[in-house]
Design a protein around this ligand. Structure first.
Ligand SMILES: Cc1cc2nc3c(=O)[nH]c(=O)nc-3n(C[C@H](O)[C@H](O)[C@H](O)COP(=O)(O)O)c2cc1C
Length: 165
């Protein structure tokens, strides 16, 4: 088994997946070491050491980060079956310059009614970045094969959903 190389900065390749997917799963730790995982569609790259998301309705994640700042985020391309994992420490901003800059950032990304909806801005300082790769690649599948397979799968799923019952 190969050990994934640990990176400290968010590379352009990792940034591209985060920008494209517009969805990351944020794991935090709650009281009693209870794990908490929830999706964030606003997850974005702030700079090469920070991710950011808008807290629109994330009371659990925010509460956890305030008590125990460690997090892990996974962002995966469901077609290519590749992605990135990020670990580090998170901080919650409810007011001040970072909060205002964050709200402007999400307004720029067309988050509707951002000033009213954003409860807080969560800045995630990244200290570990590693790729996530489906074992299908180790089994010999190519990116092109997987792309074709999963597009077909999702197209079929979509077709079935729109079929009258
Ligand atoms: C696809 C998707 C994207 C979401 N994006 C966000 C988001 O960017 N920010 C947010 O606060 N909540 C977002 N949510 C809602 C939270 O994930 C949801 O309210 C969750 O229950 C919060 O859990 P938590 O309090 O443990 O963080 C999203 C939910 C889904 C299904």
């Amino acid at each position: 088994m190969t050990q994934a190389r640990v990176r400290l900065r968010i590379s352009l390749a990792a940034r591209r997946v985060v920008d494209e997917q517009r969805l990351g799963f944020v794991a935090t730790v709650g009281p009693g070491a209870v794990p908490n995982l929830s999706p964030k569609g606003t997850l974005s790259v702030w700079d090469d050491r920070h991710l950011i998301f808008a807290d629109l309705d994330s009371p659990g994640t925010v509460r956890n980060l305030q008590h125990h700042p460690r997090f892990e985020v996974n962002v995966v391309d469901p077609i290519l079956r590749k992605g990135w994992r990020f670990r580090g420490t998170g901080r919650v901003y409810r007011r001040g310059r970072l909060f205002e800059a964050g709200v402007r950032f999400f307004e720029g990304r067309k988050l509707s009614d951002a000033p009213r909806r954003v409860r807080s801005i969560v800045l995630l300082t990244v200290d570990y970045v590693a790729p996530l790769i489906s074992p299908a690649y180790a089994a010999g599948r190519t990116e092109e094969e997987l792309r074709r397979h999963w597009w077909k799968y999702f197209r079929e799923l979509e077709r079935r959903r729109h079929q009258p019952t």
